[in-house]
Design a protein around this ligand. Structure first.
Ligand code: THG
Length: 292
């Protein structure tokens, strides 16, 4: 699986201020540590960056690539900031992201071809989140068609079905899974990518890892190609690299409708098993699901 480290982001309580204060040392330290965790890209999330986003992104790209050679995922809705980053980026950048919003099609999409970058096709429609799997499929076809029209081949496109929090609507969590599975039939050659940690947003900090890891194992059944992840969750990375086949097998069997005998599972397997049921909507989410 292709892994994109999420830790350099303006929302982070620990690292967010470093972006605003132009604290190069702190940014470079995270970049080096994420690289040591052997991720493939570093996401550089500066948020909407309406004010001086171009200067911020240029500074971020230079600062990070001064110490690491990884390609970067330029994560902002500001097209000027994306272009400023592309101008100084070494290697093939990943543009995060292009959606069906007119501004993104008109201003961000042409940059993919112009700078020979790769892109994330975010399935966000004219008026927001797709409502169901059918709408996700329709958005996929439309967005990839626009990309092809400006000369971007499917091989350079990662389709992102948009992961939503388990705390808001489990039907969306399930729809995202299904969509990941069918994208490659709709647009052959494209890859799929998810922002994994979204799924556990709003849950208690100590429960986030098990939710993220379980959802990743579930996405693996649908052959997801890439994920934006917490680079510092070693177990998650190990799972993504295929080093935990027994756990993945338990999760996939539950997805197939099997009811494993809980007493026969290890404590770790049982936690994954219970969490799989929550993420499929078979058990209602509550902050105490692991205890039952
Ligand atoms: N798709 C695409 N890009 C994306 C997302 C996506 N970029 C942003 C996001 N979603 C993926 N990145 C993150 C980064 C951090 C968190 C979640 C998703 C996160 N951080 C913790 C928090 O905010 O509580 C901890 C941060 C900290 O304090 O260090 O949850 O879906 N294409």
């Amino acid at each position: 699986m292709i892994l994109v480290g999420e830790n350099i982001n303006v929302m982070s309580k620990t690292f967010g201020p470093a972006i605003k204060e132009r604290d190069a040392k702190t940014i470079q330290k995270i970049a080096v540590e994420e690289t040591q965790a052997r991720v493939d890209y570093l996401d550089v999330n500066i948020g909407p960056a309406r004010k001086e986003g171009d200067q911020t992104m240029e500074w971020m790209v230079r600062t990070i690539q001064e110490v690491v050679d990884l390609p970067l995922s330029l994560d902002t809705t500001n097209p000027l900031a994306i272009e400023a980053g592309l101008k100084v980026h070494k290697g093939q950048a990943l543009i995060n992201s292009v959606s069906l919003q007119p501004e993104r099609i008109e201003q961000t999409l042409p940059l993919v071809a112009q700078y020979n970058a790769k892109m994330i096709a975010l399935l966000w429609g004219h008026d927001g989140m797709p409502r169901d799997t059918d709408e996700r499929a329709a958005f996929t076809a439309e967005l990839v068609m626009y990309a092809n029209q400006v000369g971007v081949p499917n091989e350079d496109i990662f389709v992102d079905p948009i992961v939503t929090p388990i705390t808001s609507d489990v039907a969306q969590v399930v729809s995202c899974l299904e969509c990941a599975g069918i994208v490659k039939e709709i647009v052959p050659g494209c890859k799929t990518l998810v922002g994994l940690s979204n799924v556990s947003s709003g849950t208690p900090d100590e429960l986030r890892p098990v939710i993220n890891r379980t959802y990743l194992a579930m996405l693996m059944k649908h052959n997801v190609d890439a994920a934006i992840v917490d680079s510092f969750d070693a177990e998650l990375l190990s799972l993504a690299r295929g080093e935990m086949p027994e756990i993945v097998d338990v999760v996939h069997r539950i997805m197939d409708g099997e009811e494993p005998h809980m007493a026969a599972l290890t404590k770790e397997q049982a936690a994954y098993a219970k969490t799989t049921k929550v993420l499929l909507g078979r058990v209602l989410y509550s902050h105490s699901w692991l205890e039952n």
